[in-house]
Design a protein around this ligand. Structure first.
Ligand code: FAD
Length: 289
């Protein structure tokens, strides 16, 4: 199995989400089969995001490592959990052989915070009691609840000081916002590698949902695509793949540490993007390695 932490930069990872409910896992492993053939450096599995279940994250991540020999990253949120509950969840992840955890607070919805108010408290708890590698979330256009970028960056710096190996960013469509965020984070002393989160746009509804969920700004280029092609799903998909490809090529040229592709469990889209960037990615790895 690859060691994600010893790979040449830039790294390239995928994100998938488990099916809703306890459900049959055969479909998700069909998706993993297809994604595995694209040789990612890591596959992450979400935890209860967007109403999907939390039950299968550990099982799916564990099988990605065991059956596909691909490093896996299990997402985990602490909102609504007591220390005892979190300990039970972490013990289960350990039993399943999980090594990497994306440790987050989670969204404040129906769950009230109990023993953990912020992700930093979960990260401290994990590092004091376990030996997982910790990944954490970051927000190039600031987290929705933060009053200002300054405040959010200060919280990010404090979170990283609790022991974070890698940061993965929220999705964004405007690379300039990512570059500005990265520069400010580095100036503050945030040293962890930052994987840039890219989500290919496939429909106007999807964009609307994402923007209301995470607050990503929609630049003119994306608005133009929606206006011109939003009525035709095939054209929209083509344009979305091209936009994401251009974003990634620009990020790679600007020395990004890694790309984290939100696959939306659609391996055909991930495949198209991989084909578009494979040569570029390889050339940089050879140069930097
Ligand atoms: P935190 O780092 O705790 O920050 C939350 C807010 O609190 C920010 O505004 C921050 O500025 C502020 N803050 C932090 N520390 C302090 C402090 N000491 N004092 C005052 N304010 C503070 N959600 C899911 O439910 N499941 C998933 O699988 C999932 N995967 C994700 C993957 C990625 C890559 C990203 C970027 C997000 C993901 N999310 C997921 C969403 C995430 O749970 C939410 O964005 C959540 O609202 C914040 O989580 P966090 O860990 O970033 O929180």
């Amino acid at each position: 199995m690859k060691n994600f932490f010893k790979l040449d930069k830039p790294t390239f990872s995928f994100e998938i989400f488990p099916p809703k409910g306890a459900g049959d896992l055969s479909q998700i492993f069909g998706t993993v089969d297809a994604l595995a053939s694209l040789d990612p450096d890591l596959i992450s599995v979400t935890y209860g995001a967007g109403g999907t279940s939390r039950e299968n994250t550990a099982e799916i991540a564990s099988r990605i490592q065991r059956d596909y020999a691909i490093p896996a990253l299990a997402h985990l949120t602490c909102v609504g959990s007591t220390r005892e509950e979190m300990r039970a969840t972490l013990d289960k992840l350990k039993e399943k052989g999980i090594q990497n955890i994306l440790a987050m607070r989670g969204d404040l919805g129906s769950d009230e915070t109990k023993d953990f108010k912020y992700a930093s408290e979960l990260i401290k708890f994990i590092n004091e009691n376990y030996s997982f590698r910790i990944f954490a979330a970051c927000y190039p256009e600031k987290h929705l609840e933060a009053y200002s970028m300054e405040e959010d960056l200060e919280h990010l710096r404090a979170k990283c000081e609790c022991g974070v190996s890698v940061l993965i960013s929220q999705l964004f469509f405007d690379n300039a916002s990512f570059y500005s965020f990265r520069e400010r984070a580095r100036k503050l002393g945030v040293a962890a590698p930052i994987e840039a989160g890219i989500m290919p746009i496939t429909s106007p509804t999807q964009i609307g949902r994402m923007v209301s969920m995470c607050g990503a700004s929609v630049p003119d280029g994306v608005q133009k695509i929606i206006r011109a092609y939003g009525h035709n799903s095939m054209a929209m998909r083509e344009a979305g793949i091209a936009y994401a490809t251009n974003q990634i090529i620009d990020l790679l040229a600007e020395g990004v540490d890694g790309i984290h592709l939100y696959t939306m469990n659609q391996p055909d889209i991930a495949k198209r993007i991989c084909e578009n960037i494979r040569g570029v990615l390889y050339s940089l790895r050879v140069k930097r390695g």
